[in-house]
Write a new protein. Structure first.
Length: 425
């Protein structure tokens, strides 16, 4: 026995640590990607705000529209003033933000902090066709994760520029080297990895410490399963197992669900969803025992669908099943919180009213019969007319179940002989 428990503990450690390792890896990957996405959003927001700032600064300093002053569009005016030689503004913004700034007229760089290998500003050069199409042609701002300029990867944001008449005349681009952002991401991922390793170590310590408790709870689940296997469907699992917020707690809940499903298979009729005959007798016996203690009256009825065989013979057994389901649904709706109904056999039903005398039961049964008569059941285009004959009797603390059922059955038989589609009491 000790060997088995020791083996189970080792197995449990493997079962807990391996998922923890996998989960840690998944969390690390997910967290890294989520952090990278968050950084991207932060960079995009920052670059967008910077582009708006550049545009607003030029509008404040040089009110008016953009207009070229030479054939090559390299001399640019705004509000009647030449701005293509005013590099101080964008240089200052680069110094403050660390981002390169470019003002395009059409697709030509007029003002820029970008320089080539010789240190000269990249004036007169243009953006890629992709950027031109996204920003100038579609006239929409756009954020890029991988703009390549002179072999260097940038995060970049481009915003179209408009004159007062709504004409798109150019764009403003702001960009940061991707390497700067990559360093931030690498440091963050390193922190995430360290934290993840610490979490795994803590989980390992926790698993070792509580393995014995897990084994104990597994033993409780095993005992519960043994009770179910022995046919005791009313046994109860240790509530402490169900209170666990882990896989064992879920396992206990699943087993309880299986127990309930088995109970339904044993206690309920699969076609109608009502109690089967065995369970109906048990429920009636329980009600009789309550009545012996409280003295409350109860009423028992047995109903039989009239000419049921004709449905099967005329339309087939599928039609008969539909009739049974229809009647059962009506019984369920009427018996809710009033008692219960059971499929008694074939087309017969046991209908039991708790704390109800025979007169009140008869009134309820009349309502049931009315609903059955008015049931709008159509099978393969044919309207089916359903009726039922019911025999009902009253039970008390002195009545025997055999006597009650015999009386209800005899009254049902009387109803069949006297024309059907009625209640006999």
């Amino acid at each position: 026995m000790v060997k088995k428990q020791g083996g189970l503990r080792i197995s449990m450690l493997k079962m807990t640590l391996i998922p923890v390792l996998i989960l840690g890896l998944v969390i690390m990957i997910f967290s890294s990607k989520a952090f990278s996405a968050g950084i991207d959003m932060e960079v995009e927001s920052g670059l967008k705000n910077l582009a708006v700032r550049v545009a607003d600064t030029y509008n404040d300093k040089y009110p008016g529209d953009y207009k070229p002053d030479d054939a090559k569009n390299l001399i640019l005016m705004k509000g009647g003033q030449v701005i293509s030689d005013d590099f101080g503004l964008i240089d200052r913004i680069k110094e403050e933000s660390g981002a390169d700034v470019t003002l395009f007229y059409s697709n030509v760089r007029i003002l820029t902090t970008l320089t080539d290998a010789k240190g000269e500003r990249r004036i007169g050069t243009g953006a890629s066709e992709r950027i031109k199409n996204d920003v100038l042609v579609k006239q929409k701002e756009h954020f890029y994760h991988n703009v390549i300029i002179d072999g260097t990867k940038y995060f970049a944001f481009y915003m179209p520029l408009f004159n007062s008449d709504g004409t798109c005349v150019g764009m403003i681009g702001v960009a940061k080297p991707a390497s700067n952002v990559a360093k931030i991401i690498q440091i963050a991922i390193l922190i995430i990895c360290v934290f993840d390793v610490l979490c795994i170590l803590i989980a390992a310590i926790f698993s070792i410490r509580y393995t014995s408790r897990l084994v104990k709870n597994i033993g409780k689940i095993k005992a519960f399963l043994g009770q179910i296997a022995a046919g005791n469907l009313n046994s109860q699992i240790d509530p402490r197992v169900l209170k666990r917020n882990d896989e064992l707690g879920e396992m206990g809940e699943f087993i309880v669900t299986v127990q309930e499903s088995l109970r339904e298979l044993v206690e309920f009729d699969t076609l109608t969803g009502l109690y089967n005959r065995h369970s109906g007798e048990q429920q009636l016996r329980i009600l009789q025992e309550k009545c012996e203690k409280t003295g409350n009256l109860f009423s028992v009825a047995i109903g039989d669908i009239d000419f049921f065989k004709k449905f099967n013979e005329t339309y087939g057994h599928e039609c008969g099943d539909n009739v049974l389901k229809c009647v059962s649904m009506i019984l369920k709706n009427h018996m809710d919180k009033k008692g219960f109904a059971s499929r008694w056999g074939g087309e017969e039903f046991l209908i039991v009213f708790e704390k109800t005398g025979i007169r009140s039961a008869e009134d309820e049964l009349q309502n049931i019969l009315e609903d059955i008569r008015n049931a709008n059941l159509i099978y393969k285009g044919q309207q089916l007319n359903i009726t039922m004959t019911i025999g009902v009797t009253e039970g008390n603390e002195k009545s025997s179940l055999h006597q009650i059922l015999m009386e209800a059955d005899e009254k049902l038989y009387q109803g069949k002989l006297s024309g059907r589609n009625k209640i006999v009491r």
